[in-house]
Design a protein around this ligand. Structure first.
Ligand code: URA
Ligand code: SF4
Length: 275
């Protein structure tokens, strides 16, 4: 049943094509349950590599007002990607720094139109220094593949992905909480300025907030995902769609169909905006 669910829900549906052609790529091969076990291409390990001259981006959103309870690390608003990544790697602003092997900054092209925000690194992410490399990451990759999006710079069949098809992935919290416990509100607040700066630098066309901690950081809402999904929110002028976290979907496969609806909503929003 679970495998059937995965196949049915994540295979690209005819409605995807009907909702507007994907720019510059043909149809992705259908996702299969076997793909869940397939290793991701090496290209996904590339972090923050600028790809040629930057195309015209959407105008900068107004700066995010700092959360009043936290002091922004000094100079953050002037940091480029490299400086920001260094600042995160040296951060000791909350107690999560004591248990980490390394910080997990984010991954993907800095030109990506899509931003996925997750929760916090798990054991594998902490070990490898990359977001979403465990089981949740495999599901996330399949979800992205189903909407012809990728965190790498090529699709799994080797075709080059344009910025419109690329996804940058970041977490609300950059250090692994011990024993994979939930991030605490103070940790989310302490780490938030880094995510804010990542969004300022990336200027995504669409944000997919996965799970309640991403939502807590970005929308400052503690409402359940079920009440926030299904409509378009905005974060500093950027459309934001809320959906379930892949780890939740692994435990509750019956909700994959709703997540699939959320992905299609995000796709419609971003395609409508660029039409
Ligand atoms: N879950 C997340 O939210 N982020 C990761 O990087 C891994 C699992
Ligand atoms: Fe700093 Fe964020 Fe790590 Fe806390 S979780 S130590 S705020 S980088």
């Amino acid at each position: 049943m679970l495998a059937e669910m995965g196949l049915r829900v994540w295979a690209p549906l005819p409605t995807l094509a009907a909702s507007g052609p994907a720019v510059g790529v043909g149809a992705e091969p259908p996702t299969s349950p076997e793909a869940i076990a397939a290793p991701r291409p090496a290209s996904v390990r590339t972090q923050h590599v600028a790809q040629g001259p930057a195309p015209a981006r959407a105008p900068s959103p107004p700066p995010v007002p700092p959360n009043p309870t936290v002091e922004r690390p000094s100079g953050l608003e002037h940091m480029d990607w490299a400086a920001l990544q260094t600042a995160v790697s040296q951060c000791t602003a909350c107690k999560l720094c004591t248990g980490r092997t390394q910080t997990v900054f984010g991954a993907g092209s800095v030109l990506a139109h899509w931003l996925v925000v997750g929760e916090a690194p798990g054991e594998q992410e902490d070990r490898q220094g990359e977001p979403f490399v465990g089981k949740s990451g495999q599901l996330l990759d399949n979800m992205l593949r189903a909407i012809q999006r990728t965190r790498g710079d090529t699709f799994s069949d080797g075709r080059r992905a344009e910025a419109a098809h690329q996804v940058y992935i970041a977490n609300a919290v950059k250090c692994r909480p011990p024993a994979n416990r939930n991030p605490e509100p103070t940790e989310l607040v302490q780490c938030e300025p880094y995510l804010v700066r990542q969004i300022e630098l990336l200027r995504p066309r669409i944000i997919l907030a996965m799970g309640r901690f991403a939502v807590q950081s970005l929308l400052r809402s503690t409402e359940p995902i079920g009440r926030l999904r299904g409509r378009v929110h905005h974060y500093q002028g950027v459309p934001l769609v809320v959906t379930y976290h892949p780890a939740y979907l692994l435990r509750n496969p019956q909700d994959k169909a709703k997540a699939w609806d959320d992905l299609r909503l995000a796709l419609r929003v971003v395609q409508g905006a660029s039409a």
